[in-house]
Every structure is written in structure tokens, then in C-alpha cells.
Design a protein around this ligand. Sequence first.
Ligand SMILES: *[C@@H]1O[C@H](CO)[C@@H](O)[C@H](O)[C@H]1NC(C)=O
Ligand SMILES: *[C@@H]1O[C@H](CO)[C@@H](O)[C@H](O)[C@H]1NC(C)=O
Length: 286
Amino acid sequence: MLSTINYLLQLLITFISVICVSHSHLAGKIIDHDRTVVNCGKYKREANQHSCVLTPFNPEGPYFLPDDLHRSTINEQEKGKPLHLEINLVDANDCKPLENMFIHIWHANALGIYSGVDNNYKVPKYLKGLTIGGPGDSGMGPGVGRPKAISNNRACRGYQVTNSEGQVNFNTIIPGWYGARCLHIHVEVFHGNTTELNNIIYVTQIYFHRDLPSKLLWSEPYFQNDHQIFLNDQDGIYLFHGNETTVDLLETNGHYSTSITFGINPKASKKDHQNLTSNSLKGKNI
Ligand SMILES: *[C@@H]1O[C@H](CO)[C@@H](O)[C@H](O)[C@H]1NC(C)=O
Ligand SMILES: *[C@@H]1O[C@H](CO)[C@@H](O)[C@H](O)[C@H]1NC(C)=O
């Protein structure tokens, strides 16, 4: 618990410093990637709007396994409320769909457990400089890699390649809660069949509305999840623009579905991103 709190505090400190150097966002102006809205399609292309908006980043977190599987149905044996998740990727420079992009998602099961990894993540003592992540950057801080797999279980993990509409579809379950985090699904995007940290193009987390845990709480198997529930506003990572990647769920007979559009810059380089996060925000649109 203490390590989780430390982790959260570190994130908050990092985020506060990022927020302080950011600029407010206005439709029709160049917009910094970390101050933006999700669906560029919903904004009028005013004459002065030479750029679409970019969706905020969120860090990769400590539980990504790069050897996930190419598939649309990812929950395997995991039970929970069925969720159909449609993700659309658009180029934030012109709002065009991005084809042939590899989109990985992963999330906890209904009991708040990630498959294939030790779920007792300990913040490494040397962990400094946590960020929101971005191109070529998981956000986990310099020298911090991915977890070691402890089994072959890859439930609630998988990737898809975007079609000509920039779209992928996943079938899974609504995740469960676990220490210090509100409900979320991790997302990471690559140009091709690679998962190298240096090749990350986009990294974020999808969130749900605040009241969802209270709806799930009395249904199986969520009922058996004895982790403490953290609501959106109690989660330091959500507080970094998580409201911009929060989805509305449609429910039909206990089956949920949703869709989200991410505006990203497919050409952003690690260097662009480093320049941006190192205090030279002015006039940049990474
Ligand atoms: C990506 O590479 C892996 C490992 O070589 C392979 O198993 C998989 O089929 C590839 N995926 C696609 C979509 O080509
Ligand atoms: C998210 O919160 C920020 C800060 O309160 C606000 O400016 C923005 O409009 C919100 N976005 C959405 C999609 O609600």
C-alpha cells in the first residue's frame, strides 16, 4: 500500500509540474498534445484551424506484456460484463483515418488482476522522472522496463491492426478495480509489428464514468473483488486529463459497448516529444 501511495505521489508531482507549463486549449489554434479533446471530428474546421486536436497521453503503467496476441476477443476464460470496444485512430494533422496501425490493449480482470504478471508492483527506488508518456516514451521514467512474465496467461491482452477506416474492435469484459487506480483500459499504438519502447507512437488509458464500480459491485464476479475501490477523482493518473478519454457506455441486457476516437500525430518523434516535455512548449504541436 505504501509503495502504491508513493507511486501516486510521484505521479502527481510529475503531473503538476507538467500542467503548470502547459497552455490552455482553444479550438482553432495549435494545441498541445496534453491539453486536448478526444474527437477532432466533433470540432468545426474553422478557417484558422490548421490542426486537429491531439488526445492526451497517459503512462504505460507497470503491467504491459509485449507478447500479447493478435485477436479481437481477448478475455479468454475471464468472466465479467461483456464489453465491445471500438477504437478509431485519426491523424490529428488532418483528421484522416490511420490505417495499418497496431493497437494493443490490456486491462485487469473483474477481480482487479492482470494476467501473466506479478500484480504487486513495487516502485523501483531509482524511479524518477515519471511522465505522461508519449512517442518513444512509456512514461515510466528512464531505465524502467516492462514486467517479467510469470505465466503464459495473456487474458485481457491483445492487439489489432487498424483497417482503412482507422478502426479496430475488441470484445472483452469491463475491468475490475485495484489499489489506487480507477477502472481503466491501457492502450498503446505502434506503426508496425513492434512493441519496442522507442517505437511507441501513442500511449494512453481509457476510463469509465465515476459511478460504474457501484453498478458492478453487486454482480458476479465483481462481487468477489475485495480490493478497495478508487473512483476517478481519487486516481492521480485519471486526474491528468482522464476526463478526455472517458467513454460513454451503451448497455443492452447487461452487454456494454462503446467507441472512442484518438487524434494522434503519427509522425511525432521521440525527440519532438522530449523537446515538448522539457519546457519548450511554445508553438509546438507534437
Ligand atoms: C507479429 O509478429 C509476431 C512475432 O513474429 C507474429 O507471431 C504475428 O503473427 C505478427 N502479427 C501480424 C499481425 O503480422
Ligand atoms: C476535462 O476537464 C478539463 C479541466 O476541468 C476541462 O477543461 C475539459 O473541458 C474537460 N473535458 C471533457 C471532455 O469533459
